[in-house]
Write a protein that binds this ligand. Structure first.
Ligand SMILES: Nc1nc2c(ncn2[C@@H]2O[C@H](COP(=O)(O)OP(=O)(O)OP(=O)(O)O)[C@@H](O)[C@H]2O)c(=O)[nH]1
Length: 327
């Protein structure tokens, strides 16, 4: 099996008696998003069993879509489109799913952009921000593994100098992936660490450096000052860096993710998003609402804790999984 689990297709002769377990990334994505899609599928099934698309049905549909965190704008667009094309006709839940998936793909296509590492930068510096527990360290570990496996030399910097456990966790990923980890004693200056990390990484001729950060939102002013200081310090070493600033968001927080984007955008120049824990939530629709509202690139999504559970974000696969369609 390849690293990303592609290529495990079921043969045409496979017995159809039992629902075959879907394999590969699409299967994983689909089962990861099962909580989100089953909420929607069940709701659509309840609404559209032999029902004409009248005003009341459209209103019910719009309400249902809003409860799945897709966002008011998306909900309105889908219902408007259906009102224009199918008003007064019988519609099935599957037809609604199809329209919904098409609308979601239209919204997500422009933001689905993989993280591109520029090999001419030595190192390409990726600063990773987000509130505590959103999945920053795990995401760094997963991205480190994938890039290391692709042949790049990768270093990790433990910029959350306040939490010993966070540093330890990054070290575990370092051991697991064979990537050096740069860390300092508890409470050390994170900006100083970032500076040293770039210097060390550059001296080694690394391709890629990930810098983890603390995400204590309890004191926004302190966090803002710390992140600004880290960025200033990085720029002293390399004025073109950081080349990417990834904001990691925990999808289980639902609508709260909107305010996190706003807060972090005020603090640093966020260049892209990673949505984690889509496997643990019925609120996966929030990604669509975020895309519509902010238009920030979505680089990757996480549907589990293993290295392979983080993948480049693809609009079509996500949309179909979210609405519970087959590939
Ligand atoms: N189910 C699931 N769990 C995840 C995913 N991504 C991260 N986690 C888990 O979420 C928890 C928090 O992740 P961390 O990577 O420690 O988050 P962090 O933002 O670095 O948090 P701090 O270290 O507190 O700053 C860990 O138990 C991870 O294993 C995901 O995509 N799915």
């Amino acid at each position: 099996m390849s690293l990303f689990g592609f290529g495990k297709k079921k043969t045409p002769e496979a017995p159809a008696a039992k629902e075959p377990e879907q394999t590969g990334w699409f299967g994983k994505l689909k089962s990861g998003l099962a909580k989100s899609s089953s909420k929607l599928t069940q709701g659509l099934g309840d609404l559209f069993t032999k029902r004409k698309l009248d005003d009341e049905a459209l209103e019910d549909l719009e309400d249902l879509l809003i409860t799945t965190d897709l966002g008011v704008a998306t909900a309105a667009k889908v219902t408007r489109h259906l009102a224009k094309t199918r008003f007064g006709q019988d519609v099935s839940a599957d037809e609604i799913k199809q329209t919904l998936a098409e609308e979601i793909i239209r919204i997500l296509d422009p933001v689905a952009r993989p993280l591109v590492i520029d090999p001419s930068r030595k190192p390409h510096v990726v600063l990773v921000v987000g509130v505590n527990g959103s999945g920053k360290t795990t995401t760094i570990g997963k991205l480190a593994k994938q890039n290391k496996d692709a042949g790049l030399s990768v270093t990790l910097a433990a910029g959350d100098t306040f939490r010993a456990a966070a540093v330890e966790q990054l070290k575990v990923w370092g051991q697991r992936t064979g990537c050096p980890v740069i860390s300092r004693e508890n409470g050390a200056d994170a900006a100083g660490l970032a500076y040293d990390a770039i210097t060390e990484s550059r001296n080694r001729g690394d391709d890629l450096l990930f810098i983890d950060t603390a995400g204590r939102l309890q004191n926004k002013a302190d966090l803002m000052a710390e992140l600004a200081k880290i960025v200033r310090s990085i720029k002293k070493c390399d004025e073109t860096a950081p080349h990417d600033v990834l904001l990691v968001l925990d999808a289980t927080t639902g609508q709260n993710a909107h305010s996190q984007v706003e807060i972090f955008k005020d603090m640093v120049n966020v260049t892209g998003l990673v949505l984690t824990k889509l496997d643990g939530t019925a609120r996966g629709g929030v990604l669509v609402a975020l895309a519509e509202k902010f238009g920030l690139p979505v680089h990757a999504i996480g549907v589990g804790e293993q290295a392979d559970d983080l993948r480049p974000f693809e609009a079509e696969a996500f949309a179909k999984s979210l609405v519970g369609m087959d590939s």
